[in-house]
Design a protein around this ligand. Structure first.
Ligand code: ADP
Ligand code: ADP
Length: 227
């Protein structure tokens, strides 16, 4: 019984570009799934469709029994981009609380508790009052991850999150991310990367996409690295 299910999903952009063609993919709850493939193979397009930012041209997509737009409205999906997109004039604390504030109806007390919870998870509880520019690249990425986690998403989408970091920081963050994912057995992570080594290290399954537009050639199951 699958959590996200794509059936013959296709996406043709208005200019005629075929970005996805007959994609069939089934994702289970709690998986850590990496998408690997060359640039232009349709990884971002799949993400945009899953988050409801773009509609498919054909086929079916079911995410936990609802539509992508509905899942996003209910804050069940969160994303993290390579460019951390933090508000420069807001403190770490304010940046992290933003999704709850935008959702509305959540008391200041709960916002505070939740901000402390997620900043603890990423090891930045002592940096609540600091501005993003006072942080290193790795720390900004941790804040961005904390902001994505604050709404307790069922589905966390990460688009090349560590692509701009140096090798050591990248490895540290990979391990931290795995630890966070293992604490919440129900969170499903979809992670786009160019780095095959990274995908093998992180994921329970790797989806390989080929340069032919939008074709998934294989879904390879990998034994969970930390049982
Ligand atoms: P990836 O994320 O793997 O690099 P994308 O999903 O961004 O791939 O793109 C898949 C294909 O669709 C590429 O050929 C790209 O140029 C094209 N494409 C992406 N977005 C648009 C758009 N809005 N309009 C037209 N073509 C697009
Ligand atoms: P759609 O609503 O059709 O899914 P998007 O929201 O993905 O479109 O993209 C919005 C706009 O961004 C497109 O109309 C297109 O002009 C532009 N765009 C983004 N990426 C590309 C690309 N790789 N090639 C051409 N145009 C692009």
């Amino acid at each position: 019984d699958s959590f996200v299910n794509m059936e013959n999903l296709s996406k043709i952009y208005p200019n005629g570009t075929v970005a996805l063609q007959d994609v069939n993919l089934s994702i289970r709850e709690g998986e850590f799934l990496c998408f690997v493939g060359p640039s232009g193979c349709g990884k971002s397009t799949i993400f945009k469709i899953i988050t409801g930012l773009s509609g498919p041209s054909g086929g079916k997509l079911d995410i936990f029994g609802t539509t992508p737009k509905e899942a996003r409205k209910q804050s069940h999906t969160s994303f993290v981009f390579q460019d951390h997109t933090l508000l420069p004039w807001s403190t770490v604390e304010a940046n992290v609380k933003l999704p709850l504030e935008l959702r509305g109806g959540i008391s200041r007390k709960v916002q505070q508790e939740e901000a402390e919870r997620v900043l603890e998870l990423v090891g930045l509880k002592d940096y609540m009052k600091v501005l993003p520019r006072q942080l290193s690249g790795g720390m900004k990425m941790r804040v961005s991850i904390a902001r994505a986690l604050i709404s307790r998403p069922k589905l966390l989408l990460m688009d090349e999150p560590f692509g701009a970091l140096d090798e050591i920081t990248r490895q540290t963050l990979q391990t931290e991310l795995l630890n966070i994912w293992q604490q919440d057995k129900k969170m499903t992570v979809l992670f786009v990367t160019h780095n095959v080594f990274e995908s093998v290290f992180l994921s329970t399954s790797v989806v390989v996409m080929t340069a032919r537009p939008g074709k998934i050639s294989a879904k390879i199951e990998i034994p969970v690295p930390f049982p």
